[in-house]
Design a protein around this ligand. Structure first.
Ligand code: SF4
Ligand code: SF4
Length: 69
């Protein structure tokens, strides 16, 4: 399910605390799309994010796989 690109949804993003997150990256990948950086999958904490239940997400790793559809 798409995640609306709103300030409220962006503020819920916990990517910055994720082991796969690279410093300086955008975060909010479920809405903005995948990272431009070359990252390694070291775990995904999307399921602890407020948007996970709110929007009904189920995949994770949006930084590597692209936005939620
Ligand atoms: S679901 Fe993941 S990518 Fe989307 S806002 Fe939450 S932590 Fe960020
Ligand atoms: S999308 Fe998931 S794996 Fe990628 S940085 Fe955010 S929480 Fe981590």
């Amino acid at each position: 399910m798409p995640v609306p690109n709103s300030q409220e949804n962006m503020s819920r993003c916990v990517c910055g605390s994720c082991p796969s997150y690279l410093e300086g990256d955008s975060g909010f990948f479920c809405s903005l799309g995948k990272s431009q950086k070359s990252l390694e999958k070291k775990g995904c904490i999307c399921n602890t994010c407020g948007n996970w239940e709110e929007v009904g997400l189920s995949a994770g790793y949006y930084c590597a796989e692209g936005r939620a559809e």
